[in-house]
Design a protein around this ligand. Sequence first.
Ligand code: 2AM
Ligand code: CA
Ligand code: CA
Length: 264
Amino acid sequence: MIRSPLMTVMTDAVMKAARSLKRDYGEVENLQVSRKGPGDFVTAADRKAETILREALEKARPNYGFVMEEGGVVEGSDTSHRWFIDPLDGTTNFLHGIPQFCISVGLERDRQIVAGVIYDPVKDEMFIAERGAGAFLNNRRIRVAARRDVGDAVVACGIPQVGRGSHPRFLKELAMVMGSVAGVRRMGSAALDMAYVACGRQDAYWERDVQSYDIAAGIILVREAGGFVSNADGGPDPIAAGSVACGNEILHKELLDLVKAANR
Ligand code: 2AM
Ligand code: CA
Ligand code: CA
């Protein structure tokens, strides 16, 4: 496959940041770890990777704005374009030596996500998607799973941790979902959960209390892989709602029905 100039900019920036993350993953015990809130960690690794991403993207597209996990919102002179950057999604895994984390970069044009890159540096898996051009894992076209029976489905979720999210509400939703599906997974990286839905490893995924940069790249990946994405209550805009549900057309709807039933 031939990468577009935009995709080359994005994947080059991500690979550069990934080299920094991988170096730090081997030295976790030497990283300065601080807490942004209870159970919410940030390390020098997150900050270094974000700086690399920002500098590389700014050099290639000097006028675009940014929404970054660590650096916050930076307006660009071109107000129709914004990068959504999570330099390390799955920080808790990273700190525990669990090899399930990634870099996630999405691009918004006129309020629509039009391109996304999610890269897992440990497994060397590069997920990319651009609007109208399909979704790919390491240059091979990917599709959401074709499974139709919710009883055969593996469904991923995010579990609220200390200081975050509505625990009773999540437990009600989990009880409803786990009673109906083949298996529930909680891997700890929202972006990779969406990438895994896009390539059919997981059939569906839902999570509340997510941030724009957790899901921006995943939204275009799942859609370009033929999947459906909404907020966790079925509404159209997961970024505005701060919640997400996705899957193939049938299982996305089945999941929304279960989540809705749990909240009745
Ligand atoms: P992080 O590793 O970048 O913090 C796991 O359910 C997901 O929740 C991950 O994408 C993780 O991203 C995110 N997460 C962890 N703490 C969070 C918080 N306080 N608010 C929002 N998202 C959070
Ligand atoms: Ca992060
Ligand atoms: Ca994140």
